[in-house]
Design a protein around this ligand. Structure first.
Ligand code: GBH
Length: 581
């Protein structure tokens, strides 16, 4: 069984005077003698949120603007679209920026189109008004975990600028704004006392959306785990996370459910479970083998999500939409060999299938994944399977791109039997280029080198959407909850006007929306699309070196007005042309 070698930070607090980086108390006494078991010498002192910041994070940066800013009207000149890009404008004429219209395409009136962002990436104000630290306040302080050791202490300062941020997207006619809650704003320690100031903040974000005619949607968890839950029991590695997450969900549904009916429980568990193991010098260690940690995390995610779904239905009612956000690219066999077909299937199983088969099909893992995890995870009971199955009203997918897959050298079977193989346990190799017999062309234009996983592979989008609908059918259809592009080298551009004209991202948005329309005209049910992101923001391990925004943000002075990039107009244009009035 798992045993937690947890050296609590509380014992470190006892010697907080000389506490520096590691929270593990020294195993060596002053005279050089080994202390046989330092965990014996632990204590429990009550510490407040300020102490906790000081103990684990240290000083944080503060923005110049530290009070909520009132919105101002968007100047009408800012709403003038750019001159056309690449393609002849249709109909012709000055400043006309319209897609040539395909009469067999359309978005229904109630199509949920909008933009998305996430708390840790935009809010800043990390210590303001009682917020507790998250693991993403700690990770940037692990040397070289993040490019340039950039933190999200200030980010877009959206915590104070949200009114203007909402006014700006409303000015372009955007229908939906999807944001995430910072769990540690609402519960500074992830559990225990509720911070009313955090609740008040999100109440006002929601009310501002409604005032501007924008539909708010909430993601409960976008990677910013309250640090305390990681420090005390290992976060998602422990079953203790399940009741804590469900309680947090209850608080949020109860506070905001009267005005918000679209909810996402967790964002991309494949990704955040992949954060484990966390850097061992900076977080308590757990004796779960590294390779197993992410699957323990996934196991608890499924249980937490499912319980939160059922609770949500009770509190929010049957008309609510609740789902978890899946992620991954479309998977194309590199060649038509049966080995490559099997590699593709394994890749689906170990990625989307990991969470989608349990939630949409069986309550349990796909066979190839199960063969691996049954070596260490407990099997879901029949009751658990029944509880997990059917817990998403839409198939929510963050569908950015596509990739080729092929069998590893030496074959899949050999890899599956060889823990040392770097491709183990998925045992599927990947490529961004077509096979050498097709001249090894890249699948599509590359994004910024800081996002090497991302290419404009929108030619494959209709096939992708057909695959998702066929494989994991859902009650309401597919919701593309994120898609977007990192304009190559954008952070190297120095002239504002150069930054604002983003051709590769614009072309991506254009062909992406055409791919959605094509798939819909072929019978794929897509209920909405959310562009990522409405502003440049803190791009996790890439810091501010990679930008996904459809609006520019000046990070040296986030109080300066945001500016629309050309791509934002391209995205909006798809709805001006194709949405039924
Ligand atoms: C989204 O995930 C996130 O939800 C969002 O927060 C983020 O800002 C956005 O992407 C843009 O990056 O570096 O080769 O190991 C999209 C899915 C999964 C894509 C993890 C990047 C890492 C690939 N992401 N993946 S790699």
């Amino acid at each position: 069984m798992r045993s937690f070698k947890l050296l609590t930070f509380l014992s470190a607090l006892a010697s907080a005077q000389n506490f520096t980086e590691s929270i593990a108390p020294s195993a060596t006494a002053a005279n050089g003698t080994q202390i046989p078991n330092p965990t014996l010498y632990a204590t429990t002192l009550a510490i407040n949120v300020e102490d906790y910041w000081n103990l684990r994070i240290g000083p944080v940066q503060e923005a110049a603007t530290t009070t909520t800013v009132s919105p101002t009207p968007i100047p009408s000149t800012e709403l003038i679209p750019p001159p056309p890009l690449y393609y002849a404008p249709f109909p012709t004429g000055q400043q006309v920026f319209k897609m040539p219209k395909n009469e067999s395409w359309s978005f229904p009136k109630d199509f949920l189109w909008g933009v998305a962002g996430a708390a840790q990436q935009i809010e800043g104000a990390v210590k303001a008004e009682g917020r507790g630290p998250s693991i993403w306040d700690k990770l940037p302080r692990v040397p070289n975990y993040v490019v340039n050791n950039y933190t999200s202490d200030i980010a877009d300062n959206n915590y104070y600028l949200y009114k203007q941020d909402i006014a700006r997207i409303a000015a372009l006619g955007v229908k939906v704004y999807s944001f995430s809650l910072s769990w540690s704003r609402i519960l500074p320690f992830g559990k225990g006392p509720v911070n009313q100031l955090g609740i008040d903040h999100y109440n006002d974000v929601i009310d501002t959306c409604i005032e501007y005619g924008v539909t708010p949607m909430i993601t409960l968890y976008h990677w910013d785990l309250p640090l305390y839950l990681q420090d005390t029991y290992g976060g998602w590695l422990s079953s203790s996370i399940v009741p804590d997450f469900v309680e947090y969900a209850r608080i949020a549904y109860t506070a905001f459910g009267d005005r918000v009916s679209h909810w996402f429980t967790v964002n991309e568990p494949i990704v955040f479970c992949g954060f484990y193991p966390l850097p061992t010098q900076h977080f308590p260690n757990f004796t779960i083998p590294n390779l197993h940690q992410r699957y323990w995390c996934g196991h608890h995610v499924l249980l937490a999500h499912a319980e939160a779904y059922h609770l949500g239905k009770q509190i929010l009612g049957a008309n609510s939409t609740i789902a978890l956000k899946h992620n991954g690219g479309y998977k194309i066999p590199l060649t038509n060999s049966s080995a490559d077909a099997e590699a593709v299937q394994r890749a689906w199983d170990f990625n989307e299938g990991w969470f989608s088969d349990p939630v949409f099909l069986t309550g349990d893992y796909p066979a190839s994944l199960k063969a691996f995890v049954s070596g260490f995870l407990p099997e879901f009971t029949e009751e658990q399977k029944g509880m997990i199955n059917g817990t998403a009203d839409v198939y929510a997918h963050d569908a950015y791109t596509a990739q080729f897959y092929f069998a590893p050298e030496g074959g899949i079977e050999a890899c599956v039997g060889d823990e040392e193989n770097p491709l183990y346990p998925t045992c599927a190799n990947t490529s961004y280029t077509y096979a050498p017999t097709s001249n090894s062309w890249l699948i599509g234009p590359a994004a910024d080198p800081g996002s090497p996983w991302l290419h404009d592979a929108t030619t494959y989008l209709p096939s992708f959407l057909h695959y998702l609908q066929r494989t994991w059918p859902s009650r309401l259809g597919i919701f593309i909850t994120e898609f977007g592009f990192a304009e190559p080298f954008e952070s190297h551009k120095t002239l504002l006007q150069d930054i604002l004209y983003d051709p590769v991202r614009s072309a991506y948005y254009r062909s992406y929306m055409q791919g959605v329309l094509a798939a819909m005209s072929e019978g794929v049910r897509v209920v909405g699309t959310l562009g990522w992101s409405f502003v440049d923001n803190y791009e996790w391990a890439q810091g501010y070196s990679v930008t996904f925004g459809m609006q520019y943000v000046n990070f040296s002075d986030p109080a300066l007005p945001r500016r629309f990039k050309a791509s934002f107009f391209e995205y909006v244009d798809a709805f001006e042309v194709y949405q039924e009035k």
